[in-house]
Design a protein around this ligand. Structure first.
Ligand code: GLU
Ligand code: MG
Length: 459
């Protein structure tokens, strides 16, 4: 639906009503951002008194931004059109957050509209909202959460772990106690419902899980939680990296996505007659995702660095299979403890990482899952061991393949995927492909160490 003058008036009044409270809370300026096709959040901001104008009319962004590479190179086609035209980024005031680790600042996720007021066809937040609505028209509600793994590093461009102590170690939590407390305090002050926080496997690595929300809001959270983690790190002189492979030799940062489907207050991931209690709808949705995973990686594991992480026996889910609580399967079904299935059961997509644009990544999953529902897709036999332990012969017999091992392979699968192509539309698909091709070119002769170093601090 295009934004018309009446909408603009409503948006302006809404912003005006927010001003006194924001002023009282010390807000000086409001930032609004969108995530580009390389996974970088690009921002514009206004002084607080301009918030009503921002809400009504947005501010301009060049159409070239859809072609930005992670290192700010513009991978636009040579037709010269990308420098002409403007989109307007408009904040979603319902999701405005006063940033507690950035005093004086508030942030709201933005959506991009054309000058005509029409939704901008390459905007990934609007795309995701549309796919959520399509599922709602089938009486299916989706809940999602994106896990965030990151490392802290001492200053400088090299990676020097900024929190010492063993994997999952109380020692690491103790050594980084004040920093960890401040991350949790900042998130709580911003109203983020944190489910869990812990030191992860790799040196200097930590993880936070947040409560599930509707997909658009889950993606918003992924953006603002990362900004908050970075801001707290800055206060401690720590550099933050969410890169899938901070150090070519180590374990990477994942961006696991949790999904559950519901209908009429019922969780469709539990209480059904399928394997482990899956309902037919949940099976079909998961089957659709499994079928499209190689192509989905082009949005969920979108960088050359992503494939340094996505290797067997690193809990990254490098095999195209599914299993109950299987940390080496790309799709890990979680049922929860007996008695908790109704609220706990969900599907975890493990093979994705935080170089992904979270809106695009979720849009891809919903498009693939919806296609599965339409086709009545099924799931193969679940895998109940580490797939790498099965051996090549058994893997081949059971039709269990490694997921693409390079961005080249997943991009080729994406280019051929009609379901994703139709859901994303031609202009967005072309921009995603151009950005990925450009990154492949950039790293054509690079060693893993060079890729990890170049990708380390951008996102
Ligand atoms: N760090 C692992 C990854 O790259 C995940 C560890 C875990 O299972 O939480 O996805
Ligand atoms: Mg983890």
């Amino acid at each position: 639906m295009p934004v018309d003058l009446a909408d603009r008036d409503r948006r302006r009044s809404r912003a005006e009503a927010l001003l006194p409270d924001l002023q009282n809370r010390g807000v000086v300026a409001v930032a609004t951002s969108f995530v580009d096709n390389s996974g970088i959040s690009r921002v514009k901001s206004v002084p607080l008194d301009r918030l009503p104008a921002l809400a009504a009319w947005g501010v301009g962004f060049s159409t070239a931004f859809d072609y930005f590479r992670f290192d700010d190179w513009v991978a636009a086609p040579p037709d010269g059109l990308a420098v002409v035209g403007d989109q307007r980024i408009v904040p979603d005031l319902d999701r405005l957050v006063v940033l507690s680790a950035q005093p004086g600042w508030a942030w709201a996720p933005g959506e991009r509209y054309a000058q005509t007021g029409d939704p901008y066809p390459l905007d990934s937040r609007l795309l995701l909202a549309r796919l959520v609505d399509e599922l709602a028209s089938r009486q299916i509600r989706v809940l999602s959460a994106i896990e965030i793994e990151w490392v802290v590093s001492e200053g400088g461009d090299d990676y020097v772990p900024g929190a010492s102590g063993p994997a999952y170690g109380l020692g690491r939590l103790t050594n980084a106690s004040d920093y960890c407390r401040d991350v949790l305090t900042a998130l709580a002050t911003q109203g983020v419902a944190v489910d869990q926080f812990h030191p992860e496997y790799a040196a200097g690595q930590l993880e936070v899980s947040v409560a599930p929300e509707s997909p658009v809001h889950a993606a918003d959270l992924s953006v603002v939680v990362r900004a908050t983690i970075r801001a707290v790190g800055n206060q401690y002189g720590l550099r933050t990296s969410f890169s899938p492979k901070v150090d070519a030799a180590g374990v990477g940062n994942g961006g696991h996505v949790h999904l559950s489907l519901g209908r009429d207050e019922r969780n469709l991931m539990a209480g059904g007659s399928g394997p482990f209690g899956l309902t037919d709808d949940a099976t079909a949705f998961a089957g659709g995702i499994l079928e499209h995973l190689p192509a989905l990686l082009a949005v969920g594991a979108p960088s050359v660095a992503s494939y340094l992480r996505l290797v067997p026996q690193h809990w990254a889910g490098a095999y195209a299979c599914w299993g109950l609580e299987n940390r080496e399967a790309a799709l890990r079904l979680i049922t929860g403890s007996r008695g908790s299935e109704e609220w706990a059961a969900n599907l975890e997509v493990k093979c994705f990482d935080l170089h992904a644009n979270p809106y695009l990544m979720l849009a891809g999953l919903l498009a693939a899952g919806t296609a599965g529902l339409e086709e009545g897709a099924t799931l193969p036999e679940p895998v109940d061991v580490d797939p790498a332990a099965l051996g090549e012969e058994t893997l081949a017999e059971r039709g269990i393949a490694r997921l693409p091992g390079t961005l080249r392979e997943s991009l080729d699968a994406f280019a051929k995927d009609d379901v994703l192509g139709a859901a994303f539309g031609q202009p967005l698909t072309a921009a995603i492909r151009a950005v990925r091709e450009s990154e492949l070119e950039l790293f054509a002769d690079a060693s893993p160490e060079e890729v990890a170093a170049a990708s380390r601090w951008a996102h």
